[in-house]
Design a protein around this ligand. Structure first.
Ligand SMILES: [Zn+2]
Length: 286
């Protein structure tokens, strides 16, 4: 993966304001752990150029170009306050030596087409496979790609996890089955489960999270007669089996996270499912 290099983060507020580290002295030596972050006019590359370094699964550390040991860090996990300006004020943001703590991992999350802001920062999904031969290979990631069948540049709205035909598939969330179907739009046999709300993790309780599983070998109702639309499922519920129905060049699971609360796969907003698996190291075969 390639780090995004030499970025300044420009504020939409005011005129010509960027993220800036308040140095404790002059030059590079002024960049030390604990220095606060503020906005400033873009006049000081040393304090204002950042590199985004991918950590996998949609997470980044954001370090200073001129001192890559120092990463943007939040203190604690609460909101900041008007007078909390020191490195150890809850909610304050500063630079600190990178240790790999969650306070130094950042997700770049999209807004939905409805314009709502989303936040899933610490939310995790269950992995949909079980057992000792769990497939951990991603054959195609989230984002734009050359489609393997059409040859056209197209948004890939989810991830493809390699698995053999017939591999049992479990729900990644406790939730309600909202759609079971077959579509010629590429999905083949599919099922969509709406996650139960987790108020600790979702910023807006009106947000719905739909998890879509596609290319299943048969209808989920054939795999498990208890799985029907409007039924509640848990992460222990068998909801289907891996296949290659629809537009698929081989057996695999296509997993999407729909964030607009609509079932129209063609138009709804999606986000990278890997961000919901921060503790799984995948082999990324692409
Ligand atoms: Zn796919």
């Amino acid at each position: 993966m390639i780090a995004l290099m030499n970025l300044i983060m420009c504020s939409r507020a005011g005129t010509y304001r960027t993220l800036d580290v308040k140095k404790s002295g002059s030059g590079i030596s002024g960049l030390t752990s604990g220095c606060n972050i503020q906005t400033w006019t873009p006049t000081d590359n040393i304090a204002q150029l950042f590199n985004f370094v991918p950590l996998g699964n949609g997470q980044y550390k954001i370090v200073l170009k001129y001192n890559t040991d120092l990463a943007i860090t939040s203190y604690g996990s609460g909101n900041g306050s008007n007078d909390g300006r020191s490195a150890t004020s809850t909610g304050n943001v500063f630079v600190s030596t990178y240790t790999g703590s969650n306070n130094q991992k950042w997700l770049l999350e999209p807004t939905a087409t409805t314009g709502k802001m989303h936040y899933y920062g610490s939310m995790e999904l269950a992995y949909p496979f079980r057992g000792s031969t769990v497939p951990l290979e991603i054959t195609s990631g989230f984002g734009y790609r050359i489609h393997p069948i059409s040859g056209n540049l197209k948004m890939h709205k989810g991830i493809d996890i390699k698995a053999s035909g017939g591999t049992p598939l479990y729900s990644a969330v406790d939730g309600t089955v909202v759609k079971i179907g077959y579509e010629d739009d590429g999905r083949g046999n599919y099922i969509i489960v709406e996650a139960d709300y987790d108020y600790n993790n979702v910023y807006d309780s009106n947000i719905k999270i739909y998890v879509l599983y596609a290319h299943l070998i048969e209808s989920p109702t054939q795999t498990n007669s208890a799985v029907r639309e409007q039924e509640h499922v848990t992460t222990e519920t068998l909801i289907g089996k891996v296949g290659q129905t629809g537009a698929a060049t081989g057996n695999h699971l296509h997993l999407s996270i729909l964030i607009d609360g609509t079932l129209n796969y063609g138009t709804t907003s999606v986000t990278d499912p890997l961000a919901f698996y921060p503790n799984i190291v995948f082999d990324q075969l692409y």
